[in-house]
Write a protein that binds this ligand. Sequence first.
Ligand code: M6R
Length: 365
Amino acid sequence: SKGGYEHFMLKEIHEQPRGIKETLTKRLDENGRIKLDDIHLTKEDIENISKVYIIACGTAYHAGLVGRYAIEKLVKIPVEVDIASEFRYRDPFVDENTLVIIVSQSGETLDTLAALREAKKKGARILSITNVLGSSIARESDDVFYTWAGPEIAVASTKAYTTQLVSFYMIALDMALKTGRIDDAEYKRMIEEIKLTSGKIQHIIDQDSKIVEIAEEIKEKHNGFFIGRGLDYNTAMEGSLKMKEVSYMHTEAFAAGELKHGTIALIEDGTPVIGIASQEKLFEKSVSNMKEVKARGAFVIAIAQEGNTEVEKVADRVFYIPKVDDILASILTVIPLQLMAYHVSVMRGCDVDKPKNLAKSVTVE
Ligand code: M6R
C-alpha cells in the first residue's frame, strides 16, 4: 500500500532516511565497526585485487560511478565502471585478480546477470549489491551486500539508489580499514558522518515546498540541462535520468567544464539549467560554469551546501543542502532532484509510478 502517499515514488523518497539507517546501523558491531556477514574478503584477498570493475544499468550504474570515487579515494585501487550491456561485448580485461561489483536493485536485470556470468567465466570474484534476497544475481555471486531499502515498487529508483551509495561507502571503508589505508579515527569519523546523512535527508524532504515552487517554474519546458563537476556530475546524470523517466522532459547531463566544447550552443533564453555545486573544492569553478550559461540566458537552479550564499549572485533559484563532507554529498544532492522530477511529473499529468514504455525489472536484452 502507498501508506497515505499519493504515489509509490513519493513514499519511497520519504523512506530514504530509514533505508539508510537500516543499511548502515544494522551492520555496526558493539564497537561501531562495520561487520559484513555476507562478504568474505580478507586482508590478503583485498591486497591481491589489481582492479575493481563495477557493472550495472541505469540508476544502479550511476550509483556505481559514485562507488568508483569512494573506492579509488579510500582503498586506492583503480576502478572501472561499465554499463552491463556494453561490458559484455567489448572483451573486457578481467581476470582472477579483478573484483567485479555488480549493482542491481532487483537482482534480475538480464544484461547485468549476463555480465556477471561473463566476468565469472573469466575468473573474477563477484560481489553484488542488491535489494532482493535470493535474487538470481545474489545467488550467483561470491559475496553479497543487501541494501535494506525494503521493496521498491515505483519504476523510478530512489531509495535503492541512496542505499546503494551507502553500501559502497561501507564496502570501501571496510576494505580500507582491513588494508590499513585509512586510520581508525578517520574511519570512525566517516561512519558517524554517514549516520548523520539520514537526518540531513529528512531535513531536505521537509523543505519540499521549495522544490514544488521550482517545479512550477520549469514544468512547461521542453528541455533542460543538469551540470556538475566530479561527484556532482554523477548526480547530474541521475537527476537527468529521473526527470526524463517520470516527466518526459528532455534533459541531458554534462560535466560542467565540458559545456563550452559544444553543448552551450543549445542554451536559449529560459532554458533550465540545474547546476549542482556541492563539492567545496570545486565550488568556485562550478559557479563560474553557472555564470557562463546564465550569460546565454539560462534559468539557473543551483544546489549548494548551506552557507555558500555566493551562488545566489548567479543562480535564479538556490536549494541548499545541509553541510556535509564532499565525498558523501551525493547522498544528499540527489534528493531535491528526485523530488523535482516527481513534482514536474505530477504537474504534467504523467503516470509517475508507471512511466510509459518502461518496466520495473528489465529481463530482456
Ligand atoms: O534492478 P536494477 O537495479 O538492475 O535496474 C537497473 C535499471 O533498470 C534501473 O535502475 C532503471 O534505470 C530505473 N528505472 C531508473 O529509475
